[in-house]
Design a protein around this ligand. Structure first.
Ligand code: NAD
Length: 249
């Protein structure tokens, strides 16, 4: 059924690529007007670590469309699966500062900047977490990425309380979706996470009970549900889209 988001306006961080871009496509198919904030390829160009970028994105959305109903706080960066013992202490401090700032502070700043407009529209927030928030089995992440995505379980609950009753706050925790996801490098710069997509897909299928590897368009369906009228009674929840990986944790 099309049109679930007719008349709604969405702002998506990290909407220039991967899961965020797939959510933008699906939301538009369902009638929403969508604005993306991205560091490289968005309607608004900016870094989610910068409060000013969020102020500009919300102002652009309100100027262009007059309201904001859905914030998808999705921009994120990986840690390249580096373990504690793979890193010198200074490298660990640097990697943690980058990953936590993008993945956690970036979500908090987005939610803060959007809160007033979302309260006015009785809207919702959907946060992108990861299977790394719940299990370490087969997720290919190190402790820094796990820390950042686990922190977001608390953010979803805390904001669910703080912004109720006007704003619902939920999350999606995907696992193993081949995208352009980058890993921060200690000392600066990034590298690709999914260099060998076929190997990754085979490993993902082998690991989860459903034997499944989802693409970004399939994962986007959960973001549609959480923003749709059918989710009117849901807040503080996280949908784990990982083929049942958690059953093996
Ligand atoms: P992606 O790299 O294709 O998309 C992420 C987008 O975020 C990019 O467009 C990038 O430019 C943007 N971005 C990154 N850092 C930014 C910053 N500081 N400021 C503004 N924009 C920034 O990767 P993706 O896989 O679509 O990732 C989206 C989210 O999904 C991330 O939070 C990621 O941690 C999460 N996730 C991905 C997977 C997976 O398997 N791909 C699994 C679990 C969770």
């Amino acid at each position: 059924m099309n049109g679930l988001l007719r008349g709604r306006v969405a702002l998506i961080t990290g909407g220039g690529s991967g899961i965020g871009a797939a959510v933008a496509r699906l939301y538009r198919e369902h009638g929403a007007l969508v604005v993306t904030l991205d560091r490289t390829d968005g309607d608004v160009i900016g870094d989610v670590r910068d409060p000013e970028a969020h102020r500009r994105a919300v102002a652009h959305t309100l100027d262009a469309h007059g309201r904001l109903d859905i914030l998808v706080a999705n921009a994120g960066v990986h840690d390249g699966g580096r373990g504690l013992l793979d890193l010198a202490p200074e490298e660990l401090a640097d990697l943690a500062a980058t990953v936590l700032a993008v993945n956690v502070t970036g979500v908090l700043l987005a939610a803060q900047a959007a809160a007033e407009a979302l309260k006015a529209s009785r809207g919702c927030i959907v946060v992108t977490l990861s299977d790394a928030a719940f299990t370490h089995v087969g997720v290919g992440a190190g402790p820094v990425y796990a820390a950042s995505k686990s922190a977001l379980t608390g953010v979803v609950r805390a904001l669910g309380h703080e912004l109720a009753p006007a704003v619902r706050v939920n999350g999606v925790a995907p696992g193993g979706v081949v995208t352009g996801l980058r890993a921060a490098l200690p000392g600066g710069g990034t590298e690709s996470v999914f260099d060998d997509p076929e190997d990754i897909l085979a490993a993902v299928r082998a690991m989860n009970p459903l034997g499944i590897a989802l693409d970004a368009d399939q994962v986007a369906q959960s973001y549609l549900f959480l923003a749709s009228p059918g989710a009117a009674g849901l807040t503080g929840e996280i949908l784990r889209i990982d083929g049942g990986l958690g059953l093996r944790a």
